[in-house]
Write a protein that binds this ligand. Structure first.
Ligand SMILES: Nc1ncnc2c1ncn2[C@@H]1O[C@H](COP(=O)(O)OP(=O)(O)OP(=O)(O)O)[C@@H](O)[C@H]1O
Ligand SMILES: [Mg+2]
Length: 372
């Protein structure tokens, strides 16, 4: 175990030394002694302590404000207060300002150490529970295409995994309700899916959603497609909208893999998205198809959020330039054809951003996620 970093604050040097002596322990390191002055707060930050021991001093008006700022500014740090006398007023005030323990100055070494370890454990737990905190920067990015087999799932999965690897709180929703294969690409065997979640529509909340998610080793949360195609009819656009709205505040990125073509559900998801990645392979049929899709998205007033993804590019009659000229969009992602990388990662159930991070495909996805 790494040593707990403790900072002691008092204007009385003897008291500080006394407490330091009480805390001689292999698991505790006294990283600093401070006094109460205008700079106390700033100085505490410099130590990034796990526990701050504050000796109560009636003359020091800003003690509680200092405690409050420790909580606000140093994640995982907690405050213990020592006082010559402890009465109900002091306890109440300490509670209001989030101080973990108030002990008598004449407390025993053992009691003080116990309080330190307890405060530390409690605060760490609180912080980790709250790692599911609301994120204000949530982005919903869906992968769409009028035509089947253009690479939507491959690119959505690798993008989502890379975002999770980048440390972003990310979830992927497999909205290809009949033939979703996100979990195959991730080699996950989900217990629950969007179908089971839909049955809970009466009391949908973040905890219910969390309980139905599967976790990938990259840290990515996965909401799987129903296990069997006929179950898809229980999941409608209203439920998907409800799910997206429920989880939106808790994720930085919500990646949605769509089936090919338009239906009520895909349209609802497109409407809920911030970015719609229109995935097309680089060939004449795909170009025509992408043109038709753009026309429909325009009619649905969704064209502004569309970004072009060109996949499986190789030297052929149709070029990137043709797509740009005809669609009036330049591709945000432009991936080469690389059957070896894609098939190897698919067969192993390891996305190429993890299994083949040096491949061109992985590098392009990495660059894309960094720019998001
Ligand atoms: N850049 C690439 N190079 C080579 N093969 C690729 C590439 N991208 C995708 N593929 C292959 O193309 C096929 C279709 O890919 P994928 O399943 O991702 O497409 P999709 O658009 O999700 O399909 P569907 O419309 O059926 O959901 C897969 O066999 C995949 O391995
Ligand atoms: Mg797919």
């Amino acid at each position: 175990m790494e040593k707990l970093k403790v900072v002691i604050i008092s204007n009385d040097i003897d008291l500080k030394i006394n407490i330091k002596n009480m805390l001689s322990d292999d698991n505790i390191a006294i990283s600093g002694f401070l006094e109460y002055d205008n700079m106390t707060n700033l100085k505490i930050l410099g130590y990034s302590p796990d526990v701050v021991i504050m000796i109560y001093d009636q003359k020091e008006g800003q003690i509680f404000e200092i405690a409050e700022q420790v909580y606000a500014q140093i994640q995982g740090a907690s405050v213990i207060m020592l006082s010559e006398e402890v009465d109900i007023n002091l306890l109440t005030k300490a509670m209001q300002y989030g101080i973990k323990h108030v002990l008598l100055l004449k407390t025993s070494d053992k009691e003080l150490k116990e309080a330190i370890f307890k405060a530390y454990t409690l605060e760490k737990k609180r912080v980790s529970d709250n790692s599911f905190i609301k994120s204000s920067r949530s982005k919903v990015i869906s992968f769409f295409g009028g035509k089947g087999g253009t690479g939507k799932t491959t690119i959505a999965v690798n993008t989502a995994v890379q975002l999770a690897l980048n440390g972003k709180k990310t979830v992927i929703i497999d909205a290809d309700l009949q033939f979703g294969d996100v979990t195959v690409l991730l080699d996950i065997d989900p217990k629950d899916t969007i179908y089971e979640l839909s049955r809970e529509k009466g009391d949908m909340n973040i905890d219910v959603v969390k309980s139905m998610l599967s976790l990938h080793s990259s840290g990515l949360d996965v909401l799987a497609a129903p296990k069997s195609p006929e179950l898809s009819e229980y999941v409608n656009e209203k439920i998907i909208e409800l799910i997206i709205n429920t989880i939106r505040p808790y994720y930085e990125y919500i990646i949605i893999d769509l089936p090919p073509g338009f239906n009520d559900t895909t349209i609802a998801i497109i409407e809920s998205s911030d970015i719609v990645n229109l995935v097309a392979s680089v060939d004449i049929v795909a170009l025509r198809n992408a043109k038709i899709c753009l026309g429909i998205l325009d009619a649905l007033r969704q064209k502004d959020k569309v970004e072009l993804v060109l996949n499986r590019a190789s030297d052929g009659i149709i070029s990137k330039k043709d797509f740009e000229n005809i669609l009036g969009l330049s591709p945000k992602i432009y991936l080469p054809d690389d059957t070896k990388t894609v098939l190897t990662s698919m067969n192993k159930g390891v996305p190429f951003v993890v299994g083949m991070p040096k491949s061109t495909l992985a590098k392009i996805i990495k660059d894309y996620t960094s720019a998001l």
